[in-house]
Every structure is written in structure tokens, then in C-alpha cells.
Design a binder for this molecule. Structure first.
Ligand code: FAD
Length: 494
């Protein structure tokens, strides 16, 4: 049984509106929006508190700046004076204060790794952490030797791989013919698939990332010579071999593959890998409702990227000179009526269904993009695993507003891949018009208990929920109150 129940649209209180971006937010005072912050950073005001001077900061010095009115935080070896930013922080002052006077990298990565803090806080930069001599532990594999040079606060220890992980480190080789360069990556993983391989080749820079569970292997080189735009990626799933085939621009013999870049041949935790963006072209924009649009973005010819079901990407745009990043979940261009036929996906386009907010910072700029304009799109992120669906007997998708977007691919996947599931949909409106004869209300325990039911006692259940933060948080709590376990609930968040 597959239900798609409460399309409950909570009446937007200011707190709920503030939480529309999908993660914990606190209501900000008037005049403290992201746009206000961007304006302040352009005002020429002394935001680092040192009249723009930069320092080399010791751990002791950092620790002294641990109060709201004097708060420094280190992120990836760089120290910021976040005092002027306190009132503008969507997560609230208390969240920032958790890292006051310390290295906040871990905390930052846990909550919002994707936020472009370098750009947002560039005027608050106090300086770098002073370099601390770091004796490399014996376990550091040669592929991670670059990390010996890490600064204080750049977490070298946690990137050291355990012996078992090291054995699983992928490796690569390459060879050439007159016209082709073939790079072979031995991932040492069975069941490799196209979603786990992300390749970009721009100008002479080649970047190939292989996802191995929660780790990422990266091949990153400045190629010896120019290549053509189109490339081929072949995946031998059973033996875990990935081939990247590049076409030489000139039929000359290459002496080497190229110059290795900083993170070349590293195998580290996925969350420690910076987000990579490529520019995609807006090729169409279609109205879905009065405030929602379907955008089609075309990936560059030299990009191989498939966004897995249940994962999102980040879009990045420069707004008044500051890079602003927001997450969006790709959908299919349509929901096929006949779920038995897999929908046509050539892998070269990403479709996004975006609600345009009249006062929204990012969506207003997005809406003003013209066909043919470019926007930066990140690698996919998210911890949803399709296998959760394949093994479930009862699947319930609970969505509100644009929380519908992860459900689109999920629905298609479930109905094409899990043959035991059936489809049933319930619409519930929180602010219906007078002629609405269906269900109405906001998400509640009683509404959920009406629609979320097991087909049999002890059936394997999966409940996916997505919407504005209060909707998702309350929904998860109600489901737990109704007796569903943590493992049976997946909440989509960034
Ligand atoms: P914002 O400027 O953030 O404003 C949004 C609304 O909140 C506006 O009405 C604004 O007036 C109000 N507001 C802003 N700040 C405050 C405040 N301090 N106090 C009170 N009200 C305030 N969205 C989609 O449309 N499609 C998707 O596929 C999608 N996928 C997502 C996936 C994930 C994992 C997450 C976390 C979010 C997703 N979102 C999606 C939401 C998206 O990331 C943006 O948050 C959304 O587009 C709004 O961005 P904005 O900058 O235009 O609006």
C-alpha cells in the first residue's frame, strides 16, 4: 500500500515563514535578513574589528574571544569575528555561541557545510590560525600526505583513515591511443553505478569523484593537453571499474596525464570534501502554479552527474556581490501516468520545481534568470538510501508545499522498482476555498493516524516526510508518538 497523505499547508506564522528554508531557524529582528547583512558587508563598516588588519591567531588568543560582544570562531583554519553577524544568523545567537573562541569546523559541517561562509563572512575575517608543527601519525597514507600541511583547526586527525578503509582506497591508471585518453579507476566496490560517479572536465581541469559509502575518492588533475568537450564514462558495475574516456584535441603523445591538483588521489569522508559546483544553463522555465515554476538546467557536455532519488543539489548565485547558496531537490520533468515505463532521462538535464517567494532573496534572483543564463549547481547531497524503499512493504510519503519535490522521484522509483506497492493519494488543505469538499486541517496526530496505517501487523514500513521545518519536526514527533520507530521515519532536510 502506498499512501501520499497530508498535503497540509500550515498557515504561515512568522516563525514558520522564517523556517521555510527547511532547517532550524529563529525569527530574526526586522532589518536583520540576509539581504540586510549583505548590505552591511558592503557598507565599509569595520566588521573584523581590526580596521581590516589581518592577524595570525594562536589557540590561546582565539579562546579569549568567547563572548557575544567579542566572539571569534575558527572555520577550516580561518578565524572570523562573528559578533557583527550574531543578529543576522538564521540559526540564532545561541547556535553561534556554541563555537565561540574555538574551532567550529565540526559544528559548522554538521549543521550547514553547504553555506558559503567564506563569501558571507569575508569582511569579518580576522586572519589564519598560526601554523602548529604537526607530526604526521604513521597511519597517514601517502595519498593524504598533503594533509600533513594542515593548519591548526583543520582536523587532520579525523581524516586519517583506519587500516580497513585504506585497503578499500580506490586507485587509478591511464593509457592513451592517438586520439583518446582513458583513465581507469578501480573502485574496489561491487555494485558501482552511474549515481556514484561524478566527472567534470572544464578547460584542461579534470575532476572525477567516486562515492564509496560515506567516503569520496577524488581524481583531480590539470591535464597535460586540451581535450574535446564530450567525454564518455563507462561503469563496469560488477567489478567496480570506472573508465573515463577523453578525446584529445590534438593527436599528440601525452608525456603524463597532467599536474595533480591539491586533493588529487585522496580518499576521505564525504562530509570533509568541499562542495563542487559547475555552471549549468537555464534552458526552460515553465509555470506550474501561480507561484511555482519548473526550471530545466542543462549540464555541461563534459559533466557526468546523476542526482540520486531522495538527494538534493545546492544552487549558488552571487547576490549583490555575495555568494548565496540554497538547496533544491531535482524532480522529473513530469510524473508519468504509466509508472511501469521508466521515464525518459538522458542525464544531461536537471529539473527543479521552485516556489518563488515574493520577498525571497534567492528565488527572486532565480526567477529573474533569463533563458540561456548560467547558474552554479553543486554535486548531490543527502542521506536517503533507495534500498530503504526496495525493502519496504508499506511506504507513506507525507509532504507539504515544496516538500513535494523529493517525493516526485521517490514515487516514480517506488512504483517502478517495488512492485508490491500500490498508489493512493490524500489531499488535505489548511486554508481551503469555500468549494473544497475534501479533508482540511493542519498536520496533527489524529490526521496522521487516519492515513498512516500498516497493511499488516509488523509490516516493514517507511514513512518519508518533507515540508517547512515546523511541519517536518512536528510530523516526526507525532509519528513517534503514534509508535513508529526512528528507523521507520525518514525526514528530508539539508
Ligand atoms: P527566503 O529569503 O529564505 O524567504 C523565504 C520566506 O521566508 C519568504 O516568504 C520570506 O519573506 C520569509 N522570511 C525570510 N526570512 C525571514 C525571517 N527572518 N522572519 C520571517 N520570515 C522570513 N524549495 C523549492 O522551492 N523547491 C525545492 O525543490 C526545494 N528543495 C529543498 C530541499 C532541501 C533539503 C531544503 C532544506 C530546502 C529546499 N527548498 C526547496 C527550500 C529552498 O532551499 C529555499 O529555502 C527557498 O527557495 C526559499 O529561498 P529564498 O531565499 O527565496 O527565500
Amino acid at each position: 500500500m502506498l499512501n501520499v497523505p497530508p498535503q497540509a499547508f500550515p498557515a504561515p506564522t512568522s516563525q514558520q515563514r522564517a523556517a521555510a528554508a527547511g532547517r532550524a531557524k529563529v525569527p530574526l529582528k526586522p532589518g536583520r535578513s540576509l539581504m540586510d547583512w549583505i548590505r552591511l558587508t558592503k557598507s565599509g563598516k569595520d566588521l573584523n574589528g581590526l580596521r581590516g588588519r589581518l592577524l595570525e591567531v594562536t589557540e590561546d588568543e582565539l579562546a579569549k574571544h568567547n563572548k557575544k560582544e567579542d566572539c571569534w570562531i575558527c572555520i577550516r583554519g580561518f578565524v572570523y569575528n562573528v559578533t557583527p553577524y550574531m543578529e543576522y544568523h538564521p540559526g540564532g545567537e545561541d547556535e553561534l555561541m556554541k563555537a565561540a573562541g574555538t574551532d567550529g569546523t565540526d559544528l559548522f559541517d554538521q549543521v550547514h557545510r553547504w553555506v558559503n561562509y567564506e563569501s558571507m563572512l569575508k569582511e569579518c575575517l580576522v586572519g589564519r590560525m598560526a601554523v602548529k608543527p604537526f607530526a604526521a601519525p604513521k597511519e597517514i597514507p601517502s595519498t593524504l600526505s598533503e594533509e600533513k600541511k594542515q593548519l591548526n583547526g583543520m582536523l587532520p586527525e579525523k581524516k586519517v583513515l583506519a587500516a580497513s578503509a585504506r585497503d578499500l582506497t580506490p586507485s587509478y591508471d591511464w593509457f592513451q591511443t592517438d586520439s583518446l585518453i582513458t583513465i581507469v579507476i578501480y573502485t574496489k566496490q561491487k555494485d558501482m553505478n552511474a549515481e556514484l560517479v561524478i566527472v567534470d572536465c572544464e578547460d584542461k581541469r579534470l575532476r572525477g569523484e567516486i562515492i564509496v559509502d560515506d567516503h569520496s575518492y577524488l581524481l583531480e588533475v590539470d591535464l597535460d593537453h586540451a581535450v574535446q568537450e564530450d567525454m564518455t564514462v563507462n561503469i563496469a558495475a560488477k567489478v567496480g571499474k570506472v573508465e573515463i574516456i577523453l578525446k584529445k584535441k590534438d593527436n599528440i603523445h601525452w608525456k603524463m596525464l597532467g599536474q595533480p591538483l591539491e586533493s588529487h588521489n585522496t580518499f576521505i569522508k564525504r562530509t570533509d570534501r568541499g562542495l563542487f559546483y559547475r555552471k549549468c544553463k537555464l534552458v526552460s522555465k515553465m509555470e506550474v502554479t501561480h507561484d511555482t515554476k519548473l526550471l530545466c538546467l542543462m549540464l555541461p557536455k563534459s559533466t557526468h552527474l546523476h542526482v540520486p532519488t531522495g538527494q538534493h543539489v545546492y544552487l549558488k548565485q552571487s547576490i549583490a556581490g555575495t555568494d548565496v547558496v540554497k538547496p533544491y531537490t531535482p524532480v522529473l520533468p513530469f510524473l508519468p501516468l504509466d509508472f511501469k515505463e521508466p521515464s525518459h532521462r538522458d542525464g544531461s538535464h536537471i529539473y527543479l520545481m521552485v516556489k518563488i517567494y515574493s520577498c525571497g532573496l534567492f528565488t527572486q534572483t532565480l526567477d529573474h534568470l533569463q533563458i540561456g543564463d548560467y547558474i552554479s549547481v553543486s554535486n548531490p547531497e543527502g542521506n536517503f538510501k533507495k534500498s530503504q524503499v526496495q525493502t519496504s512493504e508499506d511506504l507513506v510519503l507525507v509532504a507539504a508545499g515544496t516538500g513535494f519535490t523529493p517525493m516526485v522521484k521517490l514515487l516514480n522509483f517506488a512504483l517502478t522498482e517495488a512492485s508490491c506497492l500500490r498508489f493512493e493519494v490524500q489531499f488535505i488543505l489548511s486554508q481551503p476555498t469555500k468549494d473544497w469538499v475534501g479533508k482540511e486541517g493542519k498536520i496533527s496526530s489524529s490526521l496522521l493516524s487516519e492515513f498512516v496505517k500498516r497493511s499488516r501487523k509488523d509490516s516493514k514500513m517507511l514513512i518519508c516526510i518533507c515540508g517547512p521545518t515546523p511541519f517536518t519536526e512536528q510530523g516526526v514527533q507525532y509519528l513517534k508518538d503514534l509508535g513508529y520507530s526512528q528507523e521507520e521515519i525518514h525526514a528530508f532536510t539539508a
